[in-house]
Every structure is written in structure tokens, then in C-alpha cells.
Write a protein that binds this ligand. Structure first.
Ligand code: FE2
Length: 182
């Protein structure tokens, strides 16, 4: 069974695929082409449930508090920066949702495009910091037993937050979507 940081790294790969899909939709809008409303709706569902409700909750509710207990500074330190970026991401998701809620008419499509670009840039940068800095610190302070126990808690969190089986379903849905044209 993969440890906690490995689970999060693997989820980053799926989320990076979703960001690539978002950028393909944004490029279509930028070129004045019509984007798939169904694709946008499914992407937004993935971002709300897989990224926000599950992935960020795993970090905010389970991993980060444990790392703080292990002496990694929160406020003003790496954990505080990660939390601020999660908040910024939430703001951009709200912006994307509001724009998508208007059915991606030309004006809201441009609004969606800009927010999606900003969101993708922010998340790529955020994942880089987590993978290259925070997760490496976590790997130093957590034992293999702790990594396994946290990974178990992550599984429970997924079922509690979005229902049993839904996390895997979203992952498969996203992989399918990544393989399609935007
Ligand atoms: Fe994060």
C-alpha cells in the first residue's frame, strides 16, 4: 500500500491531467471556438469533488496538522503558504463555476478561460512546491508506519466526503475525459 505522500503525489498526476484538459478548453475559447459544455461540467465536478473536497481536505485536515505537530512551522512557514494557495485556488474555482453557470456564453466563456489559466498556473506552481519541498520534509519526519496509517485515513476521508467508490469513479471519468478532445 502506498504511503501518504505517495498517494498525494499520484493524485497530483491525475489533477495535472485535468489542468491540461482545462487549458485545452481555454485555448478553444481563446480561438473563438465552441467548448464542450458537457466537458466543462464534468471537469468542474472533478475539481469540486476530487480536488477540493478530497485532495485538499486530506492535506488540510490530516497531513498538515500532523506535520505541524512534528515541528514543521504553520503560520509564516511552508504549511501557511500551502494553505494560502488553497484559499486562492478556491477563489478561482468559484470564479470558474460562476462563469460556467452562465452556460459559457461568449462573455462568460472568456471569464472562465482567464480563471482557468490562473487556476492552472497556480496549481502547477503549488504542486511543484509540495512535491519538491513539503512532501520531502514529510518523508523525513514520518515513519513508514505513520505513512501507511495516514494513507488509510485518506481512504476513509474519501468515502466520508463523497461516498464509497465515488473517488475511483471520478478518477476514471477524468482519465477518459483527458483522452478526448476538449
Ligand atoms: Fe496542496
Amino acid at each position: 500500500m502506498p504511503g501518504a505522500t505517495e498517494v498525494l503525489r499520484q493524485e497530483h498526476q491525475t489533477i495535472k491531467g485535468a489542468l491540461g484538459y482545462a487549458e485545452r478548453i481555454a485555448a478553444k475559447i481563446d480561438h473563438g471556438e465552441e467548448a464542450s459544455c458537457d466537458g466543462v461540467a464534468r471537469l468542474m465536478e472533478f475539481i469540486h469533488l476530487f480536488v477540493e473536497r478530497c485532495h485538499h481536505s486530506k492535506e488540510e485536515q490530516i497531513l498538515f496538522p500532523l506535520l505541524e505537530k512534528k515541528g514543521i512551522p504553520a503560520e509564516g512557514g511552508p504549511l501557511g503558504v500551502m494553505l494560502l494557495e488553497h484559499d486562492r485556488a478556491r477563489g478561482l474555482i468559484e470564479e470558474m463555476s460562476a462563469a460556467a453557470g452562465n452556460g459559457l456564453a461568449p462573455v462568460s466563456a472568456k471569464r472562465w478561460m482567464q480563471a482557468a489559466w490562473d487556476y492552472s498556473d497556480l496549481m502547477h506552481d503549488h504542486f511543484y512546491k509540495e512535491e519538491e519541498m513539503l512532501f520531502k520534509m514529510a518523508d523525513r519526519v514520518l515513519s513508514q508506519e505513520e505513512q501507511t496509517a495516514i494513507a488509510g485515513a485518506f481512504n476513509l476521508l474519501d468515502s466520508e466526503k463523497i461516498g464509497p467508490g465515488k473517488h475511483e469513479q471520478l478518477q476514471m471519468m477524468m482519465e477518459e475525459l483527458i483522452g478526448q478532445s476538449a
